[in-house]
Design a protein around this ligand. Structure first.
Ligand SMILES: *Cc1c(COP(=O)(O)O)cnc(C)c1O
Length: 358
C-alpha cells in the first residue's frame, strides 16, 4: 500500500497551485524564447544580475545532484528550504489538525514538536532510555491509530547517539501502512554509519531528512532534502510554496555539490571527526565535567557540575555554546559544537582557566 493513503484526504485531493514556472520551466524556454508568462521584469537588475526570473520550483540540476549525493532517483528527492521545511510539509500533509499526532523521542530536535503544535497535531513523547538509546518497545507501544509520523533523529540532536538501522527497520515493519517513519539524518556525514536511505527500497513508509546546512557548510543558503518514496514526494509538492528555492541559494548548492565542493566537504567532515575525538577525552579529564556523551555528530553533549556557571564564564570569554539544561534528562548539560582546531583549543583552555577561577 502507498503510505500516502494515510495522509490527509483533503491534501491528497488538493489541486496544487500551478505557477508559471511549473507550467514552463526555464530550461525548456531554451535560447531565444520570449518569456511573457510570469509578470517578471524583462531586464535583470544591473546590481543583482540574473534574478529577474522566477526560479524553477525544483531545479532539475540541483535535484539530480542531491539524488546522486544520496544514491537515489531524482523522483525520490524533494529539495526544500532547509530540512526544516520538509518537517513542516510532512506534518501538514499527514496530520489532520485536532485529530492526528506525531511521535518523538525526547530529548530530541525541537522542530518536530513545534511544527506539530502549529498544525494542532498531538505530540506523543517516548523518552529515550537510560543511555539515551531509543526505546523501540516503548515507542511501538505508544503509537496510536492517529499517529501518522514517527520522527527518529540519527545522530540525535542534542545527545549525539545513532539509531541502529535494525531498530528503524523493526519500527517501519511494525507500522507498515499505519505511519511514516521519518529519519532525520542532519548529521549523518559525521557518523560514518550506513544511511537509512539503504532501507528505502524495502519499505514504503520510510523517509529520510538530509541537509546541506551542516557537513556541506551551507546553513545560510537553506537547502535541505527529503528522500522518500515517489508518492510521498509528489504529495508534498501539493503544498510546497510555488518558488521555495531562491536562485542564489540554488547556485551556492550547485557549487557545494560540484566534484571540488564534495572533496572539500569530505575533508572538512574528516577534520571535524578528528577534532571530536580529540575533544572527548580532553573534556572528560576536566574536573568540572561530569560526563561527555558519546557522539556521532559534530557536537558534544557535556554534563557539567554547574552548567549555568560554565555557560556564563565561557560567554564572558567570548565562547558561545548552547545551554540545553532545560531538555528532559539533560540538567546541567551544554551542547558544544566542534569548531576549528584553534577554536577547540581555545575552548579547552577557557574551561581549564574557569576551573582555576572557580
Ligand atoms: C540542524 C538540524 C536540522 C535543520 O536543518 P536545515 O536543513 O538547516 O533546516 C534538522 N534536523 C536536525 C536534527 C538538526 O539538528
Amino acid at each position: 500500500m502507498s503510505i500516502v493513503a494515510i495522509a490527509r484526504p483533503d491534501i491528497r485531493a488538493l489541486k496544487p497551485y500551478s505557477s508559471a514556472r511549473m507550467e514552463s520551466p526555464l530550461m525548456d524556454a531554451g535560447g531565444g524564447a520570449v518569456l511573457l508568462n510570469a509578470n517578471e521584469s524583462p531586464w535583470p537588475a544591473t546590481l543583482a544580475a540574473g534574478l529577474n526570473r522566477y526560479p524553477d520550483p525544483q531545479p532539475a540540476e540541483l535535484v539530480a545532484r542531491l539524488a546522486a549525493l544520496y544514491g537515489v532517483e531524482s523522483g525520490q528527492v524533494l529539495a526544500g528550504r532547509g530540512s526544516d521545511e520538509a518537517i513542516d510539509l510532512l506534518v501538514r500533509a499527514f496530520c489532520a489538525a485536532g485529530k492526528d499526532a506525531i511521535a518523538i523521542c525526547p530529548p530530541t530536535f525541537g522542530m518536530y514538536a513545534v511544527c506539530a503544535c502549529i498544525q494542532n497535531a498531538g505530540v506523543i513523547e517516548v523518552p529515550l532510555a537510560r543511555a539515551f538509546d531509543l526505546d523501540t518497545d516503548a515507542l511501538l507501544a505508544a503509537v496510536t491509530p492517529q499517529t501518522k509520523l514517527v520522527f527518529l533523529c540519527s545522530p540525535n540532536n542534542p545527545t549525539g547517539g545513532v539509531v541502529p538501522l535494525s531498530a528503524i527497520a523493526r519500527i517501519a515493519t511494525a507500522l507498515t501502512d499505519r505511519a511514516l517513519v521519518v529519519v532525520d539524518e542532519a548529521y549523518a556525514e559525521f557518523a560514518g554509519a550506513v544511511s537509512a536511505v539503504s532501507l528505502l527500497p524495502h519499505f514504503a513508509n520510510i523517509a529520510i531528512l538530509r541537509t546541506l546546512s551542516k557537513a556541506h557548510a551551507l546553513a545560510g543558503a537553506r537547502i535541505g532534502a527529503l528522500i522518500a518514496p515517489v508518492d510521498v514526494i509528489a504529495l508534498l509538492r501539493h503544498i510546497q510554496a510555488p518558488y521555495p528555492l531562491p536562485t542564489p541559494c540554488v547556485d551556492a548548492a550547485l557549487a557545494a555539490l560540484s566534484p571540488a565542493g564534495r572533496v572539500e566537504a569530505n575533508a572538512r567532515v574528516a577534520a571535524i571527526v578528528r577534532e571530536r575525538e580529540r575533544l572527548v577525552p580532553a573534556l572528560a579529564a576536566l574536573p568540572q565535567v561530569r560526563a561527555v556523551l558519546p557522539s556521532a555528530a559534530n557536537f558534544l553533549c557535556v554534563r557539567f557540575a554547574n552548567a549555568t556557571a560554565t555557560y556564563r564564564r565561557l560567554l564572558a570569554l567570548g565562547i558561545v555554546v548552547r545551554d540545553i539544561s532545560g531538555y528532559p534528562a539533560l540538567t546541567n548539560s551544554l551542547r558544544i559544537s566542534v569548531g576549528t582546531p584553534q577554536e577547540n583549543t581555545r575552548l579547552l583552555s577557557a574551561l581549564s582557566a574557569c576551573e582555576v577561577a572557580a
